[in-house]
Design a binder for this molecule. Structure first.
Ligand code: NOJ
Length: 593
C-alpha cells in the first residue's frame, strides 16, 4: 500500500473543521495589481489574478481593508464600513470578487477594523462636535490631567503604537480622546452597547454579501480597563509607556468576542484575531477554544517581535537565536494541540518585513532554497498557514540604497520625524535608524507585487508611476518566470500545501513534537497521528551540514515526501544511516517507520 493511503485512525475527541484544513492567501490591495493604470492596486486587479491564487492551492483569500478611508494608515482608518475606497473599486466589485472566489472553490475573508475608526468617520465627526452629542460616548474621551506646574497633560502615560502619546487634545471641547494608533484613528468605546450593535450590523452586512469571515484587527484591544491607569515605566528615556497591561485582553473581551462569534456561527464562517502582546496562553485559549464561540484562531506576535530592540522598540537592533524561535513555536503548538485551540501560522503580512530577509541570511544564489525551507517549516506546523502576497515568489525587503522618500508607512515616518526633532539626530543616529527601517519597516512588505520582468514589474502600466516604487529585484524575482519554472518557489509552495492536504491527519490534526531542541542550525519536528509519523527537517544555514539522526532516534525512513532540492523520486533512500547530510537551507519531509 502506498503511504499516501496509509491507514491513520482519528482519535475520538479530535475537533475537525474546514477552516483548520484551509490555508489563506493575504492580499494588500494597494500593491497587488493595478487594473486601471492609476498606479494603485484595485479589486478588478485582484479578480484578474484569482486563477494564479487558486493554482497555489490556497482555500481562502483575505482581503485587507478596502473600505472608504483617508488612507492615513493604508485603510486601517475606516471612514465608512459600507463603501469601498474609490481607488479600489465599488461594493459591486467586492461582490464580483466574492463570486470569483466561490466559483474557484475559495472563500473570501474580509478585514474587520473595529478597535478604532478614522477621524473622518461620521461617528467621530459627530462625537467630537460637542460634549452633548449622542455620539460623544462612542469614543474614549477624558478630561486633561493637570500637573504640579499647572500644565495640561494627557489623561495617562500610554504610548501610541505609532509613537508619542496615545491621547490627542481636542481644543473645542477641552478633552482628550484615545488613539492607540495614529491621531487620525480614534479608539471606539466598546462599553457603549450602541457601538457593539453598530459593529454587529457591519458584520452581518458583509456576511450577507457572501463574505466567509473576518480577520479582526487588534481585536484583543477592544476592552479597556475603565480606570485608564498609568502604565508602569519601562523606558526611562520617554514619558510614554506601553499600557498593554490595561487594554490587551481587557476585562470584557470575551463577552464582546462572543457577541461577534454568535453571528459568525450563524453563517458557518470563520475568524482570525490579531492579538498583540499576548503571552498568556491560557487567556488565549478562552478566545479560541472551539467550544467558546469567540474566534477560531489568533495571530500571536512572539516570533515576529523576535528581532525587536529593548522595551519592544522595533527600530532598535535586536538579536535572536534559532533555539528561541523554535521555543516560541513549540509553546504555541503544544498548547493549542493539547487544549483544543488553533494556530494561525505566518511569517509575513503587511506589517512585517519579508521572511527571506528576516529569518535567514541567504546569499543571492540561495534565496529560492531559503524560501522553500521557510515554506516547509511554516506550513507543516499544526495550524492554518497564511501566505502574504509576494511571499510565494520570495520577494525581498526594499534595497538598502533607497532614500527616505521611498518610505510611505506612517509608523516608520513618525519614527523618522521624531528622530529628526530629537537631541540625538546626527548622521550616526540617522544611519542606524535607516538600517533598522530597511530590516523592519512595514514598507518592506508593501512594495508592489512583482508580476513580471516588464517595467514596473507588470504591477501597473509601463509609463505609470506606482504609488510606491517597485523593488528593482523584479527583473529576477517575478511571478511570470516562476509560474513557467516547475522548480520555482511558487510551485514549491503549491507542493507543500498539496502535501499538507494529502496527509491531512498528520499535518492538520497530528501532534507536534520538537526534535533536537538545542540545535542552533537545524529545526526539526515531528507530526504524528495514530500510528503515522512524519519528520520535518530543515537546515537553517547556508552551508552543508551533517545531522545526527541516530542521536534523535529517527533513522528509519519509510518514504521521503518532499525535498526542497529535488523531486521526491530522486531522493528516496537519501536519508538513511546515523548521519544525514543536509545541503544549504535544505528542508525535507519524511515519513518515519
Ligand atoms: C494592525 C494592522 O495590521 C496594522 O496594519 C494597523 O496599522 C494597525 N492594526 C492599526 O489598525
Amino acid at each position: 500500500m502506498s503511504s499516501l493511503s496509509a491507514p491513520v485512525k482519528p482519535p475520538g475527541d479530535i475537533h475537525r473543521a474546514w477552516w483548520k484544513e484551509s490555508s489563506v492567501y493575504q492580499i494588500w490591495p494597494a500593491s497587488f495589481k493595478d487594473s486601471n493604470d492609476d498606479g494603485i492596486g484595485d479589486i478588478p486587479g485582484i479578480i484578474s489574478k484569482l486563477d494564479y491564487i487558486r493554482d497555489l492551492g490556497v482555500d481562502i483569500v483575505w482581503l485587507c481593508p478596502s473600505y472608504k478611508s483617508p488612507q492615513v494608515d493604508m485603510g486601517y482608518d475606516i471612514a465608512d464600513y459600507y463603501s469601498i475606497a474609490d481607488e479600489y473599486g465599488t461594493v459591486a466589485d467586492v461582490e464580483k470578487l466574492i463570486k470569483g472566489c466561490h466559483d474557484r472553490g475559495m472563500k473570501l475573508l474580509m478585514d474587520l477594523v473595529v478597535n478604532h475608526t478614522s477621524d473622518q468617520h461620521e461617528w467621530f465627526k459627530k462625537s467630537r462636535s460637542s460634549k452633548a452629542s449622542e455620539f460623544r460616548d462612542w469614543y474614549v474621551w477624558k478630561p486633561p490631567r493637570i500637573d504640579e506646574n499647572g500644565n495640561r497633560q494627557p489623561p495617562n502615560n500610554w504610548v501610541s503604537h505609532f509613537q508619542g502619546s496615545a491621547w490627542e487634545y481636542d481644543e473645542p471641547t477641552g478633552e482628550y480622546y484615545l488613539h492607540l494608533y495614529a491621531v487620525e484613528q480614534p479608539d471606539l468605546n466598546w462599553e457603549n452597547p450602541a457601538v457593539r450593535k453598530a459593529v454587529h450590523d457591519i458584520v452581518r452586512f458583509w456576511l450577507d454579501k457572501g463574505a466567509n469571515g473576518f480577520r479582526m484587527d487588534v481585536i484583543n484591544f477592544i476592552s479597556k480597563d475603565q480606570a485608564f491607569p498609568d502604565a508602569p515605566v519601562q523606558d526611562k528615556d520617554t514619558p510614554w509607556q506601553w499600557g498593554d497591561k490595561y487594554y490587551a485582553n481587557g476585562p470584557r473581551l470575551h463577552e464582546y468576542l462572543q457577541g461577534i462569534g454568535n453571528i459568525l456561527k450563524e453563517y458557518d464562517t470563520f475568524s482570525v484575531g490579531e492579538m498583540p502582546f499576548v503571552k498568556d496562553t491560557a487567556e488565549v485559549l478562552k478566545a479560541v477554544r472551539h467550544d467558546r464561540n469567540e474566534i477560531n484562531m489568533i495571530f500571536n506576535f512572539e516570533h515576529v517581535d523576535i528581532d525587536h530592540g529593548p522595551h519592544g522598540n522595533k527600530f532598535k537592533p535586536g538579536s535572536w537565536k534559532l533555539t528561541e524561535l523554535k521555543s516560541f513555536f513549540e509553546r504555541w503548538q503544544a498548547f493549542m494541540y493539547n487544549n483544543g485551540g488553533w494556530n494561525a501560522l505566518y511569517w509575513e503580512n503587511h506589517d512585517q518585513p519579508r521572511s527571506i530577509d528576516r529569518y535567514v541570511n541567504a546569499p543571492q544564489a540561495l534565496r529560492s532554497e531559503a524560501g522553500k525551507m521557510l515554506a516547509t517549516v511554516l506550513a507543516l506546523h499544526a495550524g492554518s498557514p497564511f501566505i502574504y502576497q509576494g511571499q510565494e515568489i520570495g520577494m525581498g525587503n526594499v534595497p538598502i540604497e533607497w532614500g527616505m522618500e521611498e518610505y510611505k508607512d506612517i509608523d516608520c515616518l513618525n519614527h523618522w520625524n521624531l528622530l529628526l526633532k530629537s537631541s540625538d539626530s546626527g548622521p550616526e543616529a540617522q544611519k542606524a535608524a535607516r538600517q533598522e527601517y530597511q530590516k523592519k519597516s512595514r514598507d518592506n512588505a508593501r512594495t508592489p507585487v512583482q508580476w513580471s520582468a516588464e517595467p514596473n514589474g507588470g504591477f501597473t502600466g509601463p509609463s505609470i508611476k506606482p504609488w510606491m516604487s517597485v523593488n528593482p529585484e523584479y527583473t529576477k524575482v517575478n511571478a511570470a518566470d516562476q509560474v513557467k519554472d516547475p522548480n520555482s518557489l511558487y510551485h514549491y509552495w503549491a507542493s507543500v500545501l498539496k502535501l499538507r492536504k494529502a496527509y491531512l491527519d498528520i499535518f492538520v490534526y497530528g501532534n507536534y513534537e520538537l526534535v533536537d531542541r538545542n540545535n542552533q542550525h537545524v529545526y526539526a519536528y515531528t507530526r504524528a497521528y495514530s500510528d503515522s509519523k512524519a519528520l520535518v527537517l530543515a537546515n537553517w544555514t547556508d552551508y552543508e551540514l551533517s545531522w545526527d539522526a541516530a542521536a534523535q532516534k529517527v533513522n528509519k525512513v519509510k518514504e521521503v515526501l518532499l525535498d526542497t532540492y529535488e523531486s521526491t523520486s530522486m531522493v528516496q533512500g537519501r536519508f538513511s544511516g546515523a548521519q544525514w547530510t543536509l545541503r544549504p537551507f535544505e528542508a525535507a519531509v519524511v515519513l518515519l517507520e
